[in-house]
Design a protein around this ligand. Structure first.
Ligand code: DO4
Ligand code: MG
Length: 291
């Protein structure tokens, strides 16, 4: 089941995307279906019960043909976390960009993964919304990442697509600048839907593709598969939840393995399209920030 949020002429609706149709569940019963959290609470935090409630409401739901521009962020993240250097390709890219050699080689092989707080819920964008490039960065790239949505016990609620937009020049200058390279206005995007785990029994075999368009033409494209990830989703969640209060719903980006060439940097007007098998496509325009 693919949960989503979308605009209707009346309000922001919550529902399901199935075969090109949006089912407006909140139209029938706003108490149960106001948003993903309302449904989750009504289902006593039981994912199977959530699906059961949602499927039984689909029959009476208002149906709207899908238009991508209607989609909004599928659920408000309590926080967005990132995992880093989970793929060999990321390790190579980080080691080549950094002045502090050896750190990323170390973390790739270490028992403890790299986890960082990407956003407290303020800076994360949904489908179609602008992602940012810092005004003081000359080398900024998108990072297409399978993103896990979990509850406060780190139980998986679903999967979505994440873009961990990052300033490679700032992190490359000094690893202690990581928060500035990773956390700023429009530095994250997630969506367009949250897919329940029954549709993705194995998150470690999903194709990921990224396309960047500039002036109407493809300027970069690349692909990978989550089977290349060194860490597992349960392993990352285990570290995320240890001695750490989590909110409903915490989004965890699981790391990148698609890296554009070193002379590529995002600029205003670019459009980043990330597709993950069984989830869909997340598209965001880019804007260089001022100030
Ligand atoms: O250490 C930097 C983080 C790397 C990252 O975000 C990734 O591998 O996806
Ligand atoms: Mg990343």
């Amino acid at each position: 089941m693919k949960f989503c949020s979308f605009h209707t002429p009346e309000r922001l609706a919550f529902g399901i995307l199935e075969n090109g149709t949006l089912y407006d569940l909140s139209n029938s019963d706003p108490n149960t279906f106001g948003d993903l959290y309302a449904l989750y609470s009504k289902a006593n935090r039981d994912p199977a019960k959530m699906r059961e409630l949602a499927s039984s409401a689909m029959g009476n739901a208002k149906r709207i043909p899908l238009q991508y521009s209607l989609l909004r962020i599928p659920a408000k993240p309590a926080e967005v976390w990132g995992a880093g250097v989970t793929y060999l390709r990321s390790r190579q890219a980080r080691e080549s960009e950094t002045k502090t050699k050896g750190l990323y080689d170390y973390v790739y092989d270490a028992t403890r993964p790299e986890l960082f707080l990407k956003d407290s819920g303020l800076r994360c964008r949904g489908p179609g919304e602008e992602i940012g490039v810092r005004s003081d960065s000359t080398w900024t790239v998108p990072e297409p990442e399978l993103t896990v949505v979990c509850d406060r016990d780190a139980k998986v609620v679903g999967y979505t697509i994440g873009n961990d937009v990052s300033s490679r020049d700032i992190e490359g200058e000094n690893p202690l600048y990581l928060p500035q390279a990773k956390v700023y206005t429009g530095s994250a995007a997630v969506g367009p839907v949250i897919v329940t785990p029954d549709e993705i029994p194995n998150p470690h075999s999903l194709e990921i593709r990224m396309n960047i368009r500039r002036n109407g033409k493809e300027s970069f494209s690349g692909s990978t598969n989550t089977s290349q990830m060194k860490r597992s989703v349960p392993e990352l969640l285990k570290y995320l939840k240890q001695n750490n209060e989590l909110g409903n719903f915490t989004f965890l980006m699981t790391g990148t393995s698609i890296v554009p060439p070193d002379d590529f940097s995002l600029q205003t007007g670019d459009e980043v399209e990330i597709e993950i098998e069984k989830i869909g496509t997340l598209t965001n325009p880019v804007r260089k920030l001022s100030g």
